[in-house]
Design a protein around this ligand. Structure first.
Ligand code: HEM
Length: 533
């Protein structure tokens, strides 16, 4: 049944707030009960749609900002993200993403198409192989440098720090060809911020950098000086790095028998592709500013999301020992006693299921923004009877917030939504659709996450190695229950990505003793494993 309605504001529940929660002033204000009324407190967030029969509502700010339409109706997601949709991702939806230059995540229309055409070919089979191999080497380096090669049990470790380091290394090495070592002094011999510290701070302080006015950096506040130094150095460093790479590519092109296509074929990292695009004339060129903008966005998007998802997944595995045992057995049956390789990726679906279930419960990108390019409508099934579909008109210019975190906790799609149940994603589970392919945490349609396979390969490689070698245990306070631990440790914050705090874990060795290959450690230290492209 399709019922036509004239005005969505009559059909949808309304909520009022003082200011728009997705605005700069709201992000600057300290957390308060005011946010709770909006559902932007993690635990109450899930009840935001309780009285919304179409799982959709509007929020109208009284003092500042516009009325936005919020939805956790998965049909709204599919309709607003399809190729033919009247909705688009507005370029100004997240100013933080474009502060160092236009890029594939911030642009819209033809500019976005150009950025996507240049960057997409870098996400290919050989990149994913590189992601796998690099993850294995970073893992070996971390075990060695942390001094865990010969211990039966590690001390308490904040695993969020570990996963942030792993994710940062992956994007720096595979994305930009920059060597990294697990233990790196924060400054070089000339007192300059190390590349690692610089990239880490750039990715961590994106929210602060986008909001704090320039004059504030002159006040001599230590934290602001640190942020300013990282960002200034990042731009300087990238300028020099682009110039260097440009010279290398020009030299490669000048060699006998070389052609533009043969040079392009040999480039296997994102950075190389961006610089090469700059050398090409015409429609697929890129400015310095755009290259830096893209490097910046890959640093952020490729780091924060994966790192927080991995940290949360490990925390959940530590709480759900039976699921950990299940995935351990699935690793053993896929690998036997041999070392995993990239070729095993497809058979490690139990590990992927854990990563996806971790992403469902703690979605790195917890919402996405779309805007109606013309008067249009959404056909939304009702919560009480999905056979009844109501047509909700949407006026041109309306902002639609696709609330991924609420969709992921919807009990209609995910029975017992709070439970960590990786098996709901496993290939053998009897699910209505192929859920693994249909997971919306990486979005859908033309603007699907460009790094989704990058993240999955990295996540599966890291989890496989770690879970094969160690049993993970949650470190609890005296008298603390599993539920208390989950609330204390795994209650996230809404930042540019969904942020997880410290995740205190302990690793207890399984029968497999990891043998640190001297050659791997040596290459990790020199950065030789960085791709030459
Ligand atoms: C668990 C990890 C990740 C999650 C949950 C995630 C999620 C998402 C989502 C939901 C979007 C769509 C945003 C929108 O439409 O507004 C997106 C876009 C994007 N992601 Fe990811 N992502 C992850 C990892 C990565 C990685 C590893 C990279 C890079 C190596 C990356 C790069 C990007 C870029 C560049 C875009 C913009 C694409 C475009 O608009 O054409 N992401 N991501």
């Amino acid at each position: 049944v399709l019922r036509a309605r004239s005005d969505f504001t009559d059909r949808l529940p309304h909520r009022f707030t003082s200011i728009q929660p997705l605005s700069t002033p709201a992000a600057l204000l300290p957390r308060s009960p005011f946010y709770r009324t909006l559902g932007f407190n993690w635990h109450e967030h899930q009840s935001l749609y309780d009285n919304a029969p179409l799982k959709t509502l509007t929020i109208t700010p009284i003092l500042f900002g516009q009325t936005f339409m919020y939805t956790k109706n998965v049909q709204a997601f599919y309709q607003s993200h399809s190729l033919t949709s009247a909705f688009y991702k507005p370029a100004n939806s997240n100013p933080a993403l474009r502060m160092l230059g236009e890029n594939v995540a911030s642009a819209e229309g033809d500019i976005w198409k150009r950025h996507r055409r240049i960057t997409a070919p870098a996400f290919n089979h050989s990149t994913y192989r590189n992601v796998w191999d690099t993850t294995a080497r970073v893992y070996a380096d971390s075990i060695d440098k942390e001094g865990w090669s010969n211990v039966e049990e590690t001390p308490v470790v904040n695993f969020n720090t570990v996963t942030h380091k792993v994710a940062l290394f992956l994007i720096a090495i595979v994305g930009f060809g920059l060597p990294m070592t697990w233990i790196d002094p924060p400054r070089d011999e000339n007192g300059k911020l190390s590349v690692q510290a610089m990239i880490f701070d750039v990715a961590t302080y994106i929210q602060e950098r986008s909001m704090i006015p320039k004059w504030a950096y002159k006040l001599g506040i230590k934290k602001l000086d640190q942020i300013d130094e990282a960002y200034t150095r990042f731009e300087e460093f990238m300028h020099e790095y682009i110039a260097e790479r440009e010279t290398e590519l020009k030299n490669a092109l000048a060699m006998e028998g070389a052609s533009e296509s043969s040079v392009a074929e040999n480039i296997n990292n994102i950075f190389g592709r961006l610089v090469n695009a700059r050398l090409s004339e015409g429609k697929l060129g890129m400015t310095y500013e755009e290259i830096i903008g893209n490097c910046f966005v890959f640093t952020f998007a490729g780091h924060e999301t994966t790192a927080n998802t991995l940290a949360a997944t490990l925390g959940l595995l530590a709480l759900y020992q039976d699921e950990q045992e299940w995935v351990y057995q699935s690793i053993k049956s896929a690998l036997g006693d041999r070392e995993p390789t990239f070729e095993d990726f497809d058979n490690l679906d139990g590990v992927l299921a854990c990563f996806i279930e971790g992403s469902r419960l703690y979605p790195g990108a917890y919402l996405v923004v779309r805007r109606a390019s013309k008067d249009t409508a959404l056909d939304l099934p009702r919560r009480d009877n999905a056979e009844i579909v109501e047509r909700i008109p949407v006026k041109e210019g309306t902002t639609l917030i696709l609330d991924i975190s609420s969709m992921n906790y919807d009990s209609d799609t995910f029975p017992d939504p709070e439970a960590f149940t990786p098996r709901r994603w496993s290939k053998s589970a009897s699910l209505p659709t192929s859920m693994l392919d249909g997971f919306i945490g990486f979005s859908y349609g033309p603007r699907v996450c460009i790094g989704h396979k990058f993240a999955k390969v990295e996540g599966v490689a890291f989890l496989t190695l770690l879970l094969r070698d160690w049993r993970i245990e949650a470190v609890m306070n005296d008298g603390e229950s599993r539920g208390d631990w989950r609330r204390r440790v795994l209650t996230p914050n809404f930042g540019q990505a969904l942020l997880i705090g410290e995740v205190p874990l302990k690793l207890v060795r399984r029968t497999h003793r990891y043998v640190v290959l001297a050659s791997l450690v040596a290459s990790a230290q020199t950065g030789d494993f960085a791709p030459s492209g």
